[in-house]
Design a protein around this ligand. Structure first.
Ligand code: GLY
Length: 368
């Protein structure tokens, strides 16, 4: 006997991304107007952001009459683990959280990736909101619904697509970022320029210093352009069945080197090295001219990012680590390539990644 359990779904995961300055009150106001449909909140932040913005947001939520608890994880990529997810879940359960709650993630990419994943499985799923406090989170991590944890083998291998109820990109929070974190966020920004926004790339060539100076117009410009590149891709291919792979530009070598460095390299620094490796490989294939490849390297350098592989990285270990990439198919490495600056190369219907022989990328890595 066969029963058909018909479960056709119409899903509307539409959400707003609000870009602005000091958006804490706006968040609380939105919660009052039923943004998540919940009145109990788990505010998740890290040990640095807690004192800067996390506790303040938590206190504002409590002052507005809601029930809330603050959960703080140690700062840094090494917190993005299954163990930390378990710690947060157990802490929430101990504080009496059940399905009648929502998660408010306040922080950078580690916090938003982890908190979004916690929200996705807590009580089989509760709503969450991202309040991004870094350029990296604003450029990439907090938008698009990719949530995950790292494992000892590699980054982001365990996770889920889970869209937030809303994303707040608070540009004022970038003022408290160390220079290295601005650089890290600029790597994802330059990536967006390379893959889909020539105007953004050229703007950065002229104005990257202004981002470090906290120039409001420059910061707003890059926040808007990052968002536009990213959501246009995600709206077409949320689950990365094809087009979304373009957002992986530079990440094949980038993610691998981030793990091999044992997270001594920040995510953006690793992506920068990955973008250089990809551009050099692309130059070999004729996808990008030597002149444009140099422009990419120069801009990354100008943004304070590494464009060479540090000496302490074992090149062979790095080549082996490339196989942990999620784009690998049938055991073959696949790379996304920019076409000149501002476009990507398409390799067939819905295919944006090219199979690469191991020796070809090994040669590039050895030269870097
Ligand atoms: N960070 C790449 C993506 O969101 O698809």
């Amino acid at each position: 006997m066969v029963f058909c359990c018909e479960l056709k779904k119409v899903v509307d995961d539409t959400y707003d991304i609000e870009i602005g300055h000091s958006l804490e009150e706006k968040l609380v106001d939105d919660l009052k107007h039923g943004l998540t449909g919940k009145k109990r909140f788990a505010v998740i932040t890290d040990s640095i952001v807690e004192g800067l913005y996390g506790r303040d947001i938590y206190e504002k939520i409590v002052a507005a009459g809601f029930s809330a608890e603050l959960f703080v994880i140690p700062e840094g990529e090494k917190s993005k683990t299954r163990q930390m997810k378990e710690f947060l879940e157990d802490s929430m359960l101990e504080k009496g959280f059940r399905r009648d709650c929502a998660v408010i993630a306040v922080g950078g990419g580690v916090v938003t990736d982890l908190a979004g994943f916690v929200a996705g499985t807590f009580g089989r799923g509760v709503p969450f909101v991202n309040y991004a406090t870094t350029l990296l989170a604003a450029a990439d991590a907090s938008v698009g619904g990719k949530t995950a944890v790292d494992t000892p083998l590699a980054t982001n291998l365990i996770g889920m697509f889970n869209q937030p109820a809303k994303v707040y990109l608070d540009i004022d929070t970038w003022k408290t970022l160390p220079k290295v974190q601005i650089s890290s966020g600029l790597a994802e920004t330059i990536k967006h320029g390379c893959l889909g926004d020539k105007e953004l790339f050229e703007y950065l060539e002229k104005n990257v210093d202004k981002v470090f100076e906290g120039d409001v117009e420059a910061c707003e410009y890059i926040a808007q352009h990052n968002c536009e590149v990213k959501y246009k891709v995600v709206m077409q291919d949320e689950r990365e069945s094809g087009l979304r792979e373009v957002l992986n530009l530079g990440h094949t070598v980038g993610r691998a080197i981030e793990t091999v460095s044992d997270y001594k390299l920040f995510h953006g620094e690793a992506v920068s090295i990955g973008l250089v490796a990809q551009a050099r490989l692309g130059e070999k294939y004729g996808f990008i001219s030597t002149e444009d490849r140099k422009r990419v390297e120069d801009l990354l350098d100008k943004a304070g990012l590494p464009v060479r592989i540090p000496d302490y990285i074992d090149r062979e270990v790095l080549v082996r680590k490339l196989y942990t990439d999620k784009k690998v198919r049938d055991g073959k490495l696949r790379f996304v390539f920019e076409k000149g600056i501002g476009e990507v190369v398409q390799f067939g219907e819905n295919n944006f990644a090219k199979e690469i022989a191991e020796d070809e990328i090994r040669d590039i890595i050895k030269d870097m």
